[in-house]
Design a protein around this ligand. Structure first.
Ligand code: BJW
Length: 239
């Protein structure tokens, strides 16, 4: 068990599992999106080039589904932790925007955001929350296609986001890894870098992952139960 009193700098890495209890489907696993859909058809730049309408239909469906989901106790507790802890960085691979909706202010979004669109010609990014979309595929005022401002396979992560995540991971005393399968890089390397930098690593997941092999503590259980439980213990230890 970690000594919470000595923890000064905290980094949290979340994945799709943190939103599972809000009703947002995860990618891998029994009911995951990649069981129903092929990554190559939907989440690569080549797929978008081949068939932008098909890709947008999938995103339109997900946007509408997520618009009807609410942040759960894990999101809400992480927002509370940000307020209570002086040096706290929340890094997420999720594009659903639920951390911000829960009240988290400083969120490093490694894979972009489903609610932003980017013009493929101009590169300009703007928020676009309308669901369902009035036209598929949507177009920019300049006439070029808009794309979801998310990171697909084979694309680089936003430079500022990965730099901030790397800095937080390598300098934290404690990293909490919640609801990620730990197979998509470079995000999956962050816990490893944290550990190498001397951080204490706590993983919360409903099952073991490649990260479990080097985590200091593995808490097996749903994030919406285990994150509030951990935070309650933490507060008790420091108060
Ligand atoms: C619960 C729970 C509950 C459930 N409570 N827990 C080696 C071979 C081949 C390729 C590569 C390689 N090494 C690196 C690569 C490239 C590739 C990659 O990593 N591939 C691997 C799959 C092998 N990476 C990339 O391409 C990245 N870019 C890159 O590397 O660029 C380099 C570059 C540099 C310069 C120029 C050009 C390129 C980009 C990766 C982008 C990932 N994009 C997606 C889609 C985002 C948009 C969208 O949502 O539509 O991001 S894929 C998808 O996976 C999504 C997620 O963020 C990401 C991670 O998934 P996550 O969050 O871990 O979800 P799941 O479903 O996998 O896991 C859920 C977990 O929750 C499970 O463990 C459950 O048990 C748990 N769980 N319920 C707690 N209630």
């Amino acid at each position: 068990m970690t000594d919470f009193q000595s923890v000064k700098t905290v980094a949290v890495l979340t994945g799709a599992g943190v939103s599972a209890e809000s009703g947002v489907p995860t990618f891998r696993g029994k009911d995951g999106l990649w069981r129903q859909y092929r990554v190559e058809d939907l989440a690569t730049p080549e797929a978008f080039h081949r068939n932008p309408a098909l890709v947008w239909e999938w995103y339109d469906w997900r946007r509408e589904l997520i618009a009807n989901c609410q942040p759960n106790q894990a999101h809400l507790t992480l927002a509370e932790m940000e307020k209570a802890l002086p040096d706290f960085t929340l890094i997420t691979q999720n594009v659903d925007g639920l951390h911000r909706r829960a009240g988290s202010q400083k969120v490093v979004e490694l894979h972009g955001n489903l609610w932003d669109v980017r013009c493929v010609a101009e590169g300009t990014v703007r928020e676009y929350r309308r669901v369902p979309l009035p036209e598929i595929p949507p177009r920019c005022q300049c006439g070029a296609l808009l794309r979801p401002n998310v990171v697909w396979f084979g694309e680089p992560l936003p430079a500022e986001a990965i730099a901030a995540a790397q800095e937080a991971a390598t300098s934290c005393d404690l990293m909490l890894v919640i609801g990620t399968s730990g197979v998509v890089h470079p995000a999956a390397s962050l816990p490893f870098w944290a550990k190498q930098g001397g951080a204490y690593l706590i993983e919360i997941n409903v099952q073991r992952t490649p990260i479990s092999t080097y985590a200091d503590e593995v808490i097996l259980g749903p994030a919406a139960v285990e994150v509030p439980r951990l935070w309650a213990k933490w507060r008790q230890a420091v108060e």
